[in-house]
Ligand binder design. Structure first.
Ligand code: ACO
Length: 321
């Protein structure tokens, strides 16, 4: 018994920001950004919130699956840029959707968040607790990015994606692996609130995203191929039998190195990061929705999903579409 992805949806802010526009903010160039990252533009919120984007993506996923919000039993939102500390984003999305019968909560595993949330939904369904789940990944990273830091502000974008999953006899998610390495959390971090109470007041360490880009790069190109191999071994499938590798869209050079290490042609690594940048937990579901709606996913296709990011966290799953 497994879960099958029955519908996908996504939503992006209206405003796009080109690399050229960023040259007005920081000392950079279109050429440098394209060459080092593959990114040409990103969507940036001028009013859209994590909740409006995630709710729109969820609504589209439900519509795509032919299901009604009242049928949703579990609603998970993966994000590291929530609007509020409380209530959680999932409860806010539940309210917008009218998914009154769902249990709703958030999950934060940064850029692996959507994948970890999908695995969580899978575990709940396999345990027989719920029959279905709506799983979203969404970010408004533009509010936690330092727009004076050229090393990070060029990378990120805002957006949300979602999938509706249901209990299935065959196919669906065939296996997954997930890992975390908290000892290396400092290579990519952002504080949310300083300790401040009547007894103590401490300064915030990192109010905006801080990243050691080279460390993140070497972590990703080492651990992601390893965990993809792990999930393939677990499910008894060879890399050449996989139709598509849908990875977190961090950076084109990272994806090219991973493809090379797996000896897989880049054509099987679809990308949209040139148009949307790195959207952390929204990356995988937004790309999945694009592939689904453009007809690139056929019933029976084998797809590897893999995420990696702050934590450090990383994981992969094999899906039979
Ligand atoms: N424009 C122009 N020059 C820049 C920019 C910029 N936007 N940013 C940095 N530079 C300069 C640096 O100051 C440095 O100059 P110096 O040699 O005079 O000191 C030079 O370019 C090289 O800097 P590096 O940081 O060494 O550049 P690198 O080749 O490592 O590329 C990058 C930086 C693109 C961030 C790379 O390390 C990378 O891809 N890392 C992965 C990080 C990533 O993808 N993070 C996403 C978030 S995490 C996640 O999603 C998993």
């Amino acid at each position: 018994m497994s879960i099958r992805i029955m519908g996908t949806g996504s939503a992006l802010p209206e405003k796009t920001v080109s690399n050229l526009e960023l040259t007005k903010l920081v000392d950079t160039s279109d050429e440098w950004i394209r060459e080092r990252t593959g990114i040409a533009q990103r969507h940036i919120s001028t009013g859209e919130t994590l909740v409006t984007l995630a709710a729109e993506a969820c609504g589209r996923a439900l519509e795509n699956a032919g299901r009604d919000a009242s049928q949703v039993e579990l609603l998970l939102v993966a994000t590291c840029s929530p609007e509020r500390g409380i209530p959680c984003a999932a409860c806010q999305v539940q309210r917008v959707l009218g998914a009154e019968n769902a249990a709703a909560f958030d999950l934060n595993a940064a850029c692996s968040g959507f994948l970890f949330a999908l695995h969580t939904a899978c575990a709940y369904v396999e345990a027989g607790i719920y029959q279905n789940a709506l799983v979203a990944g969404g970010e408004v990273l533009s509010k936690i990015v330092d727009w004076t830091d050229r090393g990070t502000c060029i990378l990120f974008g805002d957006g949300a994606g979602a999938v509706f999953v249901e209990k299935s006899g065959t196919g669906g998610i065939l296996g997954f692996v997930q890992h975390s390495d908290g000892t290396r959390g400092d290579v990519l971090k952002c504080d949310s609130r300083a300790l401040k109470n009547p007894y103590v007041e401490l300064p915030m360490e990192a109010e905006f995203v801080q990243m050691d880009g080279r460390e993140v790069f070497s972590f990703a190109v080492r651990q992601v191929p390893a965990c993809i191999r792990e999930v393939l071994t677990k499910t008894g499938v060879r890399a050449e039998e996989v139709d598509l590798f849908v990875l977190h869209q961090a950076n084109r050079r990272i994806l090219e190195t991973i493809a090379k290490r797996l000896a897989v042609d880049m054509e099987r690594f679809p990308m949209n990061l040139d148009r949307v940048g790195n959207m952390s937990s929204a990356s995988i579901p937004v790309l999945l929705d694009e592939l689904n709606r453009s007809g690139r996913l056929e019933r029976g296709s084998r797809i590897v999903l893999a995420g990696f990011g702050a934590g450090l966290t990383y994981g992969a799953c094999l899906v039979e579409w």
